[in-house]
Design a protein around this ligand. Structure first.
Ligand SMILES: [Cu+2]
Length: 138
C-alpha cells in the first residue's frame, strides 16, 4: 500500500480535453451600473487550439468579449469577434486589457456571490466558468 494510487489521473479517454476558467471575477462597481466587466484566466492545456466565439450568462442580458486599447492617449473598447487560445496557452482577461463586457444584470450583484458565464466555442461545445463578484482584483 502506498499513497500514489490516490494521485492517478482521471480516465483521459472518458472525457475530451477542455480549457478551464481560473480566478474568474466580476468587478462590482461602487454604484449600481448597467454594465460591468469580468476578468480571469482561460487556460488551454489541450493539444488543439480553443477558439471562443461568444459568451452568455443567465445573470446578464448580454455578454461579449472586449479589448481595451489606448488610441492616441484615449482608452477605447472594441468587441473581439473571437479569441484564440493556442495549445498550452492562456488568455488573460484583466483591467485595462481583454475583458468580458456584462450588460444589464437581471438582479443586483452582491459582493462574494458567484455568477456562471458560458463561453461558446468554435466548432460547437461550450466552456463554463465561475466568476466571483468582488470590489477589487483577487
Ligand atoms: Cu468593454
Amino acid at each position: 500500500m502506498n499513497g500514489v494510487a490516490a494521485k492517478s489521473p482521471a480516465p483521459a479517454a472518458a472525457k475530451a480535453c477542455a480549457a478551464q476558467v481560473r480566478e474568474g471575477w466580476v468587478r462590482l462597481p461602487p454604484m449600481q451600473m448597467p454594465m460591468m466587466a469580468g476578468f480571469g484566466r482561460i487556460e488551454n492545456r489541450c493539444a488543439a487550439p480553443v477558439i471562443i466565439v461568444g459568451a452568455k450568462s443567465a445573470a446578464f442580458a448580454d455578454v461579449s468579449l472586449h479589448e481595451t486599447r489606448i488610441v492616441d492617449g484615449v482608452s477605447k473598447m472594441r468587441a473581439l469577434p473571437e479569441l484564440r487560445i493556442a495549445p498550452d496557452g492562456a488568455a488573460v482577461l484583466k483591467p485595462g486589457g481583454m475583458h468580458l463586457m456584462l450588460m444589464q444584470p437581471h438582479a443586483p450583484l452582491k459582493q462574494g456571490s458567484r455568477v456562471a458565464i458560458e463561453f461558446e466555442l468554435k466548432g460547437g461545445g461550450s466552456l463554463l466558468g465561475e466568476f466571483e463578484v468582488r470590489k477589487a482584483a483577487p
